[in-house]
Design a protein around this ligand. Structure first.
Ligand code: ADP
Ligand code: MG
Length: 400
């Protein structure tokens, strides 16, 4: 594998660099809840600045709804304030100790003046790129207009690299394209685990089996063992004709689970159950084949934790995505946090540990051991896509 890295560009002084970041952080009451993704991008931004580049940052933020567009290039902000990048700019100013300029709209005539007025080492951030209907349509004309702002394109947004969007994919037709330091790191590490030191232990939990099946399928080719947990356990239980309690498994999901069942795929031995979906009521532990009709499984049980962790400790490579239970509720966090602690504690030295997924990373953080893990992906769905062996539109011209 070869990555076209930003480090290969010889002379960045005075170059206008369009830097696609994923700064789609969650914001509550105009406050950033967690700036992990922003912090992860700082080395790339600093690198570009130190080389004397002019940096134009592009990001999306959430999923704004855009009114029916008349033309695909018109900016039509509806729920504008909720999805503005302004709080990100404030945070970036602070983190970099440097002023970051803001451009609300980049398709009108004075944009050229703003760009031309940029000095070396300056940073300008465009408003939420998903406010422009052309973005999610991967519109060529729109991508070209975006490309016209800069001399080179740098993708640093692993988390959207599985999407065919204009600022991720189409843009690469119009500008020489490179990987930012973060994207380079992500791809290098994920590539490494696809050629793992054995044994490779994979732990997959969470929800939405349809997003996890391609990953399980692809990793089953190289993994020694795949441990299942979380909501997706239901689908496998149903495939094995075991009780799923009050939870109704969709036919389609059961079929998906059934198709990939194999000796390598290991289900929990026991569960923590409760009578309500939201976890209220008395919690107790039952064996895998004893989930009562009037209950939900909300975490893996102690036998499962013991069994899974024993194998995780023997692994040379570990991939973990998806919580083992409803860890947001403290009664059902033990499984997830136990797995998190073991993965973290055998990482860096004993084993090569890779963890990814929105909620999974939140859980890992709760252990205060995130830094112990060899690689924590900011990729989420994109990490899953990569591990599933899918073609990534955002890497097309960058990774060979
Ligand atoms: P990630 O974002 O890390 O890929 P997912 O989005 O697939 O993870 O799933 C995370 C969610 O699944 C969490 O919010 C967690 O509460 C929920 N979850 C996991 N296991 C269970 C369970 N047994 N019952 C209910 N919810 C669960
Ligand atoms: Mg999630």
């Amino acid at each position: 594998m070869k990555i076209k890295s930003i480090k290969q560009v010889k002379n960045l002084r005075g170059k206008k660099v369009l830097l696609r970041c994923d700064f789609s952080v969650s914001i509550k009451n105009h406050q950033i809840v967690d700036d992990f993704k922003i912090v992860q991008s700082l080395p790339t931004i600093r690198y570009l600045i130190n080389k004397g580049a002019k940096v134009i940052i592009v990001t999306h933020l959430g999923r704004p709804t855009v009114d029916k567009p008349k033309t695909s290039n018109k900016l039509q902000i509806t729920n504008n304030n909720e999805y503005t990048v302004k709080p990100i700019i404030v945070r970036l100013n602070k983190l970099l100790n440097k002023k970051v300029k803001y451009l609300e709209y980049f398709l009108d005539n004075n944009t050229k003046d703003v760009i031309n007025a940029m000095k070396d080492r300056e940073i300008l951030m465009l408003e939420n790129i998903r406010y422009y209907p052309g973005e999610e349509k991967n519109d060529n004309k729109f991508a070209k207009k975006l490309a016209n702002l800069a001399d080179i394109y740098v993708n640093n947004a692993m988390a959207v690299s599985h999407r065919a969007h204009a600022s991720v994919s189409a843009i690469q037709k119009f500008l020489p394209s490179y990987a930012g330091l973060l994207l380079e790191k992500e791809v290098t590490h994920l590539h490494k685990v696809l050629k793992p030191k054995k044994p490779l232990v994979v732990i997959i939990g969470g929800a939405k089996i349809e997003t996890k099946v391609p990953v399980i399928k692809n990793l089953a080719k190289i993994a020694d063992i795949i441990f299942i947990g979380g909501m997706i356990s239901y689908d496998f239980l149903a495939a094995l004709k075991l009780s799923t309690g009050k939870y109704e498994v969709k036919k389609e999901d059961k079929r998906l689970a059934k198709k990939i069942l194999s000796k390598k795929i290991i289900l929990p031995i026991d569960f923590v159950i409760a009578g309500n979906k939201n976890g209220t009521g008395k919690a107790r532990v039952v064996a895998v084949d004893e989930i009562p009709k009037n209950s939900y499984q909300l975490d893996i049980g102690p036998e499962t934790i013991r069994f899974y962790t024993k194998h995780i400790k023997q692994a040379k490579t570990i991939i973990w995505n998806g919580p083992m239970g409803m860890f947001e509720n403290k009664k059902f966090k033990t499984g997830t946090l136990s797995i998190a602690r073991v993965v973290a504690s055998v990482s860096q030295g004993k084993s090569f540990g890779v963890v990814g997924g929105g909620e999974t990373v939140v859980a890992l953080k709760q252990t205060q051991m995130l830094d112990y893990v060899d690689f924590v992906s900011t990729g989420g769905g994109a990490m899953l896509a990569y591990l599933a062996g899918r073609k990534m539109p955002g890497l097309r011209k960058i990774v060979k």
